[in-house]
Design a binder for this molecule. Sequence first.
Ligand code: SF4
Ligand code: SF4
Length: 404
Amino acid sequence: MEARSKVVIVPCRTYNKENVYRAVKAGVDALGGIGAFIRHEEKVLVKPNYLTAADADKAVTTHPAVIEAVLRLVSEYGCADISCGDSPGHGKGEIVHARLGMDEIMEKYGVRPAEMNEEVLTDFPEGMIAKRFYFAKEITEADAIINVCKMKTHALERITGAVKNVYGFICGVRKAAGHVSYPNPMAFARMLADIHRATDIRLNIMDGIVAMEGNGPGSGDPTPMNVLLFSADPVALDATYCRLVHLEPWSVPTCGQGQIMGIGTYEEDKIDLLLAEPAESGAEAEDGGEITESAAPKLTPVNTETLVSRFGNPNFNVDRRATSSGGKWGFRIGLLNRFTKRPYIDKKACVRCGVCVAHCPVPDKAVNFTKGKDKPPVYDYSRCIRCYCCQEMCPQHAIHVKGI
Ligand code: SF4
Ligand code: SF4
């Protein structure tokens, strides 16, 4: 890791494909071009955020226009072996591909779909907290990974961005077990940092054109932030997102623990911010139409104050309270039960599908149909480890996380 980290910010107000491609190219070029991150002969995996199958405008997934722009850039560079995919938290990646129209896009650029269904037990003796992972096979086969994350809120880690997005490297069925092994935000963030240390992520790109605020990462509200962020440093990228939404990066476990574990920095005075504008100011098509003129990106070093005043949103709905760090298991559960936010089911919205029960990683389930399947599931908070998998996976957005 170089002494200073660089984050490039590119304004982009629409998901018009050509606009997004220009913006992505401008962002990557400002970091030295795609050739600074990958070589022609390498197997390159583009890894979006596919939490679950949802329409692109719901902001649950990385938008397909952003994924396409990255695939196009890598393809035009001349990489012969490109794949794209993620292991969703619920369902299969191919269903998300289909929902987002990615099959046609991948075919257009000669990209292989990465199904991420087959797991490979991967030892990582250098791990600080995790010594082995059940990675999807495609993760172990890739020479280089481009992490194309989504700007969203997250009940456990308060945000999901570049650091958190790597949890999709773990095959779907194994994700719940990880929440049991690393049951608090700090431990979970450290495990995520070990995934970064164990894999070769060359570049992180964040889709913040339309972000998700509120009850994220699956049930929140889309809100325009009008930016794409780029960095080789996942922590610096997430920290910049934090600053845009008036959230202290040190209070976010994936930033704090990510820095401690050496995968990047959240410190403002160690991050160079560069604004890259893909066309003359104001030339972006306001109505989503294509930009026709060709203009070299304008590069401007900026400070945080300028960036936040131009792109920040102080009203972005995200949890800004301090985070508890936890201790030994039993003691920790006791503290969690007293001080940590709880998941609640909105009984009117619940359709009793049982997805929350199926995804609860606690043995014997901390949420279950204890009053029968004709009623919504009921929580046993004394056994709940507050992983919020139930909230993350509820397809009806019926679960909310609140303080007590
Ligand atoms: S996943 Fe949501 S809708 Fe399904 S049973 Fe649980 S709370 Fe109800
Ligand atoms: S009830 Fe929900 S938050 Fe609690 S352990 Fe189960 S999945 Fe996690």
